[in-house]
Structures are given as C-alpha cells and as structure tokens.
Design a protein around this ligand. Sequence first.
Ligand code: GLN
Length: 298
Amino acid sequence: MTMRRGAASVGQDSVRLPGTATIAEAIHDGARRLRDLADNPRLEARLLLAHALGLSRADLIRDPHRSVETGTFNDLLTRRLLHQPLAHILGRREFWSLEFQVSPATLIPRPDSETLIEAALVHFAHRPPPRRILDLGSGTGCLLLALLHEFPAAFGIGIDIAPDAAGLARRNAIRIGLADRAAFLAGDWTKPIAGRFDLVISNPPYIPAADIDDLMPEVALHEPRRALDGGADGYDAYRTILGDLPGRLLPGGTAILELGAGQAKEVAALARQAGFAASLHLDLAGIQRAVVLSPIGD
Ligand code: GLN
C-alpha cells in the first residue's frame, strides 16, 4: 500500500491532499509535461524534483513510493515549460566532471566545449605543460578552470566583458578549489592585461547576429546576446582575437578557439592571414569544433 501524507487524516488512502504525490507519480507527471520540450524529459523531471525537494537523485530512486509536496516542483516545471534552461533553474551545470554555478550573466557550459580541453591535452601531450594560460571571454570560468585542473603547475587569467560573469567565475574557482591559481577580470578582450601566455583559450561569440533569434528559445531568450553575437558574419570576435594574439603568445605558445558549425574553413583562412597554422578537432557529433593555432615558423 502506498503511504501518502494527508491521506490518513481523511481516513482513506485513495484521497490525497492537493499538492502531494508519490515521487514516482511526480516524475511520471513531470516527464509527461516536458515531453515536447526536453530531449530527456524523465531525466529533467527527476533533476527538477530532486532540486525542488532538496534530495539527491539517489534518494528519489531509493524511495519512489514516498509522498512529497509538489508545489515547488510544479513551479520549477512551469519555469522549464517557459523555456528557461534547466541549468538556470538548477543553478549549476557539470563541465569536464567539475560542477559550475551558472547564471543568466553568461553562457551555460556545453559538452561541445570540452573538445577544447581535449585539444589542449593532445597538443601538450608531448610538450612541456603550459604555465601561463589566458581565457578570453571566460564566462563561468569552465574552460580555464578545467585546464587548471588538468595542468597543476599552471596559473590562469580569465577576462570577460561582463563583471557579473567575472564574479561568477571567481566563485567557481573558489568552490572547485582553484582560486590560488586563477584570476578573473572584467574587461574588453586583452585590454586589461599586459604579458604573454603559453596557451590562450576562448569560446568567443560566433553566431551571426541575424541568426540568434532562430536559435532554440532556451538560448535566444535566456542566454546573454553578447556571449553569442559574432557580428554580421559571425567572425568579428575571431578577427579581434587573431589581431591580439601575436602580442599575447610566448615563443612556442598556442591558441585554442571554439568554432561554430561550418566555420572552420573561414577561421583557418583568417588565421593564416594573421600568421598562424591551424589544426582542427572534432566534437562528439563529428563537427569541427576546436581550432589549434600555432604561429607559422614557431
Ligand atoms: N554553442 C553555442 C550555441 O550554439 C554558441 C556559443 C558561442 O557563440 N560561442 O548555442
């Protein structure tokens, strides 16, 4: 027999107070409501319910017949049905097996961007590891902090145009335990700093401005335009970064940039004009997602 809070007070276990359900029922109902919107409705329903109740996913699995209040869960479902990104509702997103706090101040970390970390590991596998790393447009700090996690002798600087993003990244550095090797600044690309680096990394805005409104509403309505908008053709930020790079790399230094789908050829051509050789790395979907740039003649 299923135990339901409230049922005992009316003496019949088939009657339930409004706003309660068993965990299994709540997940089932949530998944049904999210069916047309989410790639994995059951997983999202589970995550939202766990968040609403302050329980772990393991707690939910252990005790599916437990009766719970569904008010907060329903509020979160409503927000998700209005296309708020799951990561904004949960306030966090995993990247490179590290947990990042997220906010509407900046882009939510994406699995595609892990390709840049893989590219860095491949590049440095047979070279001395980088000591100085610069992340341009650092957002949550996910790229820089994942790199610092992998390269324990490195120190990194992240720069973001949004002060709220720089603050968020700093909090992420503290939470992950990397604050003694990371500094985050608010400013315009490389302008706030002098100095040269072994590795420059960036996931710049690269969506052509006119295409942004056609992105999924989670992105177009809820992620900051300046983290997405690459100007009329999508390549504005690459031009800026490529112009700055020669003055920012140490001898033997390299830059790794994220690419939008279909942008590899044009970015490689821009890189060649700026004096860099380009090699490309594919993401899990087979898209050329990361470009590794080395000064020609290095
Ligand atoms: N990958 C993001 C998207 O397509 C865009 C990120 C970016 O412009 N750097 O939603």
